[in-house]
Write a protein that binds this ligand. Sequence first.
Ligand code: DC
Length: 232
Amino acid sequence: MSSARRVVAIDGPAGSGKSTVARGVARALGFPVLDTGAMYRAATLAALDRGLDLTDAAAVTEAARAAEIVVAETAGEDDGDAVLLDGRDVTADIRGPAVTAAVSVVSAHPGVREVMVARQRDWAERHRGGVVEGRDIGTVVFPDAPVKVFLVASDEERARRRHGDEEAAARQANMGEVREALARRDALDAGRVTSPLKPADDALVIDTTGRAVDDVVSEIVSRFESTVGADG
Ligand code: DC
């Protein structure tokens, strides 16, 4: 079976539940999990550290290419993965406001995406599959994945979750600002020319609003077992 045959692709907007659900599915299947948003965030930090003009596609792409990014490969733990940029622990920095405000600009550059997508495919090859979460996993990175999931949730619920994340990280956050920042990022992620956020034609679209995590995880695991069991 090619490694893409053992990929579970999980896409969706910020706050739709991707990370929590991806970890749950990974734990249930005994698969590793890759948070591709963390990779784009680390590339963004690399560009900010160099003081680059973020609209300079060539310079930002070069910074992404030169950046050694390691997303720790925990097998479905609850905590966010540790992320290293050129050997430095940037786990907290990549979730801070500077990176969050800049990441949609950096990730819209086709050159940056090319570098990251190649690394994501390598990761899946090395692990012979896994659960991969992001924005374009089912549409671009692994169009042959046997299971593609697109998570959605109401704007209100997504803002509440992100606000909770900010509070958990002891960062000041006001609900109105969180809602606005989400809307801004959604518009950029869904409106960009290269690999915009959208469900694959054959994605299972799941609304996680008000649903228990375990319930969503079970639905995806059943889909994986029936699909891969049937033709894998
Ligand atoms: O999942 P996240 O919110 O940490 O992702 C941060 C940003 O990275 C998101 O606003 C868009 C970008 N991203 C992307 O363009 N493609 C992916 N596969 C994952 C994330």
